[in-house]
Design a protein around this ligand. Structure first.
Ligand code: ADP
Length: 569
C-alpha cells in the first residue's frame, strides 16, 4: 500500500475517524500513540513513521514513538537548543536530517521555500537532490545546503499544531522516490490536526487521571487519620497499601514506610535502584521515611523514572504521616496524663479520708494503749488477765503503727528535712535485712554510686521508703532470688532503685498498688499500707516513682528525689 495509490479525501476522513476512535478506547497515552503510529504506518505504507511529541510544552524534552519495519519503540529524549554552529558548520555530530527536524519543531526555518507547504510541512520526493534551507537564528538568516540523502528517498516532516503552537512533528520516510504528492501532504496536514487535538486531549486526560489518583490517595490517608482507635502499626499498614495505585505504573510499584526502626512494606517489596523517598519529620526530628520503588526499569523522565507530581505527592504523604503520628502521640500522652491525674485525684481523696480516720482513731487508741499499759502495772494480776492485757498492748501498738503510716501517706506528718546522704541511709537500713536475706536464699547486691551528692530530705521517712520497698521485694521472692539496691545520680535528682527477681506485678495490681489497704497478700502478711506510705513520702519530697515489672520476672522500683527541692527554700 503506497500513497501513489491515489488516496481520496474520504480515505483521510476515515483515517481521522479511526484516530478519534483510538482516543476513546486507549486508556494510556503510550497505547494511543502506538496504535496511531501503527495506523499511519499501514495507511501510508512508509518504511518509517516517527512521532515527536513535546512534553509539558517543553520543546527540549520530547517523546519519540517510532515504527520502523514493523517494530515499535517509544522513548524520551532531550533535543537541546539549536546553535548556529550546528546548522552552519555542523560540528556536533547531529545528522542534517535531525537538525532539520529540530529546526522545524523549534521554528528556526523559513517555510516559504519550495520545499515547504503553505502550512509549514517539509517534504521532498528525492533526497539525492540538493536541499537548500534558510534557517533563522538570532534574527539572522543562514542559507544552508543540507545533505539528507541516504536510504530514504522520500521524506515528509509535518508539524503538529494546536492554537498556532507546535506540539510535535510527524516524520514519514520511504525508500522510494516520489512517494508523496504535495496534495497528499496537504491532506495529511488536515488529518494531523485531528491527531494533534486527540494527543492534547490524551495528555490532559492522563494528567487529570494522575491527579485524581493522587487526590484519592490523599483523601484516603485523611480518612485513615480520622480513625482515633487504630494503632500506628495498623495505620502504617493501611497507608502503604494506598501507595501503588497512586503511581503511574501500579503493577510494578511497591511502597515502604520505615518508622522508629520498624519497616512496613507492600508484599513484593525488594530493594531496587529506581526509588524515591521522603523523610518523615515529627516535631522537627526525623523518625523515618516513606519510599516508593519500581520493580522494573521504567522510562526515564526529567528527574528519573518518576513524575514531578509523584515527588510532591510523596512529600505530602510523608508530611501527612508525620501529622498523624504527632496527633496520635499527643492524644496518647493526653490519655496517660488523664489517667495519672485521675489516679492522683483518687489518692488525694483517699488520703484525706485516711487522715480523718487516723486522726479520729488516734486518740481512742492512745487511751486504750495507755490504760492497758497502766492496768498491766498492777501487782499480782491473774495470769490470764496479764496475758490479755499484753495482747491488747501489742495489737494497739500495731494499730498505732498503721495510723502513723497512714498519716505519712496523707502527708499529715510534715517532713523534717535535713542534709542526708542516701548511700548512708541505704547502708544503715540494709543491716536489718542482711540476715533475713541470707536465711531466705536471697542474694543481696549493692550498687551504690561513689559520687552521690547529698540531698535535703527527712531521714526517717526515706528510711521508711527503703524498708517498705525491700520488705515487698523480699516477700515477692519466697523461693529466693536476687535483690539489687542501687543508687544513682541523674541530671537533677538522685535515684534509689530496688529491684527483685520475684513474682512481678500484674497490670491490675499495678493500677491499684499505691492505694491504701490494697494488698494481694494473705491476712497477716500485708496491710496494703507500704506503697501508699512510699507514695506519700515521695510526694512530700517533690520526687517521683517509676515502676517496671514483668510477671514471673521481677519488679523494679525507682524513687527519684530532687537535688534542689524548691520547697526547701
Ligand atoms: P502490702 O505489701 O502490705 O500488700 P503494699 O502497699 O506495700 O502493701 O503493696 C501493695 C501490693 O503491691 C502488694 O500486695 C503486691 O501485690 C504489690 N507489690 C508491691 N511490691 C511488689 C514487688 N516487689 N513484687 C511484687 N508485687 C509487689
Amino acid at each position: 500500500m503506497t500513497l501513489q495509490k491515489n488516496y481520496q479525501p474520504d480515505d483521510f476522513h476515515c483515517l481521522s475517524n479511526q484516530i478519534l476512535l483510538y482516543t476513546s478506547c486507549c486508556e494510556r497515552r503510550i497505547e494511543f500513540v502506538k496504535e496511531v503510529t501503527k495506523l499511519l504506518h499501514s495507511f501510508t505504507g512508509c518504511d518509517i513513521v516517527e512521532l515527536w511529541i513535546m512534553k509539558d510544552g517543553n520543546p527540549n524534552l520530547i517523546e519519540k514513538a517510532k515504527i520502523s519495519r514493523g517494530s515499535f519503540t517509544f522513548n524520551e529524549s532531550r533535543i537541546g537548543s539549536q546553535e548556529k554552529d550546528q546548522i552552519t558548520n555542523r560540528k556536533h555530530g547531529d545528522s542534517d536530517l535531525s537538525n532539520l527536524s529540530r529546526g522545524i519543531l523549534l521554528g528556526h526555518y523559513n517555510p516559504t521555500l519550495p520545499l515547504f507547504t503553505k502550512k509549514g510541512s517539509f517534504f521532498t520526493c528525492n533526497t539525492d537532490k540538493p536541499c537548500r534551507i534558510s534557517f533563522i537564528l538570532e534574527d539572522k538568516t543562514h542559507d544552508v545546503n543540507l545533505d539528507i540523502s541516504g536510504e530514504y528517498k522520500s521524506i515528509a516532516i509535518i508539524p503538529l499544531v494546536i492554537d498556532n503552537k507546535k506540539v510535535g512533528i510527524l516524520h514519514l520516510m520511504s525508500s522510494q522516490n516520489n512517494f508523496f504528492t504535495k496534495d497528499e501532504i496537504e491532506l495529511f496536514e488536515r488529518t494531523i490536526l485531528t491527531l494533534s487535538s486527540a494527543l492534547l486531549n490524551q495528555l490532559n486526560q492522563e494528567a487529570l487521571s494522575e491527579r485524581v489518583k493522587e487526590l484519592t490517595c490523599l483523601y484516603r490517608i485523611a480518612k485513615i487519620a480520622e480513625q482515633t482507635n487504630g494503632t500506628l502499626d495498623g495505620i502504617f499498614h493501611e497507608i502503604i497499601k494506598l501507595l501503588p495505585p497512586a503511581w503511574q505504573y501500579p503493577e510494578v510499584t511497591c511502597g515502604r514506610i520505615i518508622f522508629d526502626g520498624r519497616s512496613y512494606s507492600t508484599k513484593k517489596y525488594k530493594v531496587f535502584s529506581d526509588k524515591m523517598a521522603a523523610d518523615i519529620i515529627v516535631t522537627g526530628r526525623k523518625r523515618g521515611l516513606v519510599e516508593v520503588i519500581y520493580l522494573e526499569k521504567m522510562n526515564e523522565f526529567d528527574e528519573g523514572p518518576f513524575l514531578q507530581e509523584e515527588r510532591s505527592l510523596l512529600n505530602t504523604i510523608a508530611e501527612n504521616i508525620a501529622l498523624i503520628v504527632e496527633r496520635k502521640e499527643a492524644s496518647e500522652e493526653r490519655l496517660k496524663l488523664q489517667i495519672q491525674l485521675r489516679h492522683a485525684d483518687r489518692l488525694a481523696t483517699i488520703g484525706q479520708l485516711a487522715a480523718g480516720v487516723a486522726h479520729e482513731l488516734n486518740e481512742p487508741l492512745g487511751n486504750i494503749l495507755g490504760l492497758a499499759q497502766l492496768a498491766n502495772k498492777y501487782p499480782d494480776l491473774p495470769k490470764q488477765i496479764e496475758q490479755d492485757l499484753n495482747k491488747i498492748i501489742a495489737v494497739s501498738l500495731d494499730a498505732r503503727e498503721i495510723i502513723r503510716q497512714l498519716m505519712v501517706f496523707a502527708r499529715q506528718k510534715i517532713p523534717e528535712k535535713t542534709t542526708v546522704n542516701l548511700n548512708q541511709i541505704v547502708n544503715e537500713g540494709l543491716v536489718f535485712f542482711e540476715s533475713r536475706c541470707r536465711k531466705e536464699g536471697i542474694e543481696l547486691v549493692r550498687l551504690l554510686s561513689s559520687d552521690l551528692p547529698e540531698i535535703i530530705a527527712d531521714r526517717s521517712q526515706i528510711h521508711q521508703v527503703l524498708v517498705n520497698l525491700i520488705t515487698n521485694a523480699i516477700q515477692a521472692m519466697p523461693k529466693g532470688g536476687v535483690l539489687t539496691i542501687q543508687t544513682e545520680v541523674g541530671e537533677n535528682h538522685v535515684s534509689l532503685i530496688v529491684e527483685d527477681t520475684g513474682t512481678g506485678i500484674s497490670d491490675e495490681a499495678k493500677k491499684q498498688m499505691f492505694i491504701p489497704f490494697f494488698t494481694t497478700k494473705e491476712i497477716g502478711q500485708g496491710t496494703g499500707i507500704g506503697l501508699s506510705v512510699v507514695h506519700g513520702v515521695i510526694m512530700s519530697h517533690n520526687g517521683m516513682i517509676k515502676v517496671e515489672s514483668k510477671l514471673g520476672i521481677g519488679a523494679r522500683f525507682e524513687v527519684q528525689l530532687p537535688l534542689n527541692d524548691e520547697s526547701d527554700k
